[in-house]
Design a protein around this ligand. Structure first.
Ligand SMILES: [Zn+2]
Ligand SMILES: [Zn+2]
Length: 165
């Protein structure tokens, strides 16, 4: 088991690879290319960490993308997920959150229900067990959302008292 870090953002070459991957899916599905869709993909891939659709829409408005209404972002996100650019990552809480999947390693999450702190980790034992469970029921896993919720060390009762001592 090891902790995973968000790492650096995508450089321009990686961004171009991601957009090419999206364009390939768009073409395969017979959709028209769209400047708004590409702009949403760029903004999403530029974000660090985990974000909600609302946060992404706010980013887009700040970038001056006038056509990127929240409803449009909602419509485009599943395509970005299918293209392997993003993944749905946290499902509990007020709204679901996404994060970049493109050229990032798979990881799972521990979430503090007190302060919202998120720890990203990768545990091969857990991955292997999940595959085993899926196989037992005749499933071939394509993806999963694994979110462990709890209270972090700082938020545990008595944490402040211990620190103050
Ligand atoms: Zn906490
Ligand atoms: Zn994550």
């Amino acid at each position: 088991m090891r902790q995973v870090t968000s790492g650096a953002g995508l450089d321009e070459a990686a961004m171009a690879r991601a957009l090419a991957q999206l364009a390939a899916l768009v073409k395969a599905r017979g959709l028209n290319s769209s400047a708004t869709r590409a702009e949403i993909a760029r903004a999403a891939l530029s974000r660090r960490g985990h974000f909600s659709v609302e946060e992404l829409a706010t980013d887009l408005r700040a970038r001056g993308a006038k056509d990127a209404h929240t409803a449009t972002v909602y419509r485009v996100l599943p395509l970005l997920v299918d293209a392997g650019l993003l993944q749905l990552t946290l499902v509990s809480g007020k709204s679901a959150r996404y994060e970049r999947a493109f050229e990032r390693e798979h990881h799972d999450h521990l979430v503090c229900t007190g302060c919202g702190k998120i720890v990203e980790f990768e545990a091969e034992a857990v991955e292997a067990l999940q595959r085993e469970i899926a196989a037992r029921f005749g499933f071939l896993l394509t993806d999963h959302v694994h979110e462990l919720r709890g209270v972090c060390a700082d938020c545990r009762p008595g944490a402040r008292r211990r620190r103050a001592r």
